[in-house]
Design a protein around this ligand. Sequence first.
Ligand SMILES: Cc1cc2nc3c(=O)[nH]c(=O)nc-3n(C[C@H](O)[C@H](O)[C@H](O)COP(=O)(O)O)c2cc1C
Length: 207
Amino acid sequence: MFYEPTKGNQRLAKNPFSSLIVPRPIGWISSKSSDGVVNLAPYSFFNAVCYRPPTVMFSSGSSTAEDGKKDSLRNIESTGQFVCNLVTWETCEQMNQTSASVPPDRDEMELAGLTPLSSNVVDVPRVAEAPVHLECQFVQSIEVPNSANEDRYVMILGEVVGIHIQDDLLTDDGLVNVARMRPVGRLGYNDYTHIDSSSIFTIKRPR
Ligand SMILES: Cc1cc2nc3c(=O)[nH]c(=O)nc-3n(C[C@H](O)[C@H](O)[C@H](O)COP(=O)(O)O)c2cc1C
C-alpha cells in the first residue's frame, strides 16, 4: 500500500508515520518557568543529534496557550536550561501522567508524586526516580517549516552539559548496563516497549 501524508488514506485508521519509526526514545523533559514553577512532560519526537558536542533534540507541537507554545518550550526559551530524564519500566505510568494538560502554574513533578533532585550545572530539578539524567543547556529552537500551514512544530536543540547515571547501572568495565536500566520506548498509538536482556544482541562493525 502507498500512503501520501498530505492526502490521507481511507484504508488506514490513522496516519501510520509515528507507528513506523519505532521504538522512539522518550525525553522526559523537566524545565522551570521564569517564575520558578517546575514542569515535566514526555516527548517522543526526541533523539540524540550528535556526539561532539553531545546534543539532543525534541519537537514540541502547538498548544492552546495564548502564545501557542507548550510549557516546556516556553520555559526552555526563557530560562535556557532543561533536563532529559530517562523513562524506565518503573516510571512509565508516571511519565504518562505528566503528559496531561496542566496549567503552567502547577508543579507537574509534585502532581505525579515524583521527587525533585537538584542538578549540578543547570538550575532545573531532575526526577529522582529516573536512573539517568542529561542536564542540558538550550542551544536553539527551530520552527519546522510547514507548507500546509496546518500544525506548528518547534525543534529544540540542547547541549548535554552533565550526565548522571545511577551507580548500579554501570559494569565493572565502566560500561552502561542497558538491560538493567530497562528503558522504555514509544511505539505507535498508545503502545510502548522496553529493553531487557532478552531484547539485546550484538553485531560487530566491519573494519
Ligand atoms: C509518550 C508520549 C510522547 C509524547 N511526545 C510528544 C512530542 O514529541 N511532542 C509533543 O509536542 N507532544 C508530545 N507528547 C504530548 C505532551 O507530553 C503533552 O502535550 C504535554 O502536556 C506537554 O506538556 P508541557 O505543556 O508541560 O510541555 C507526548 C506524550 C506522550 C505520552
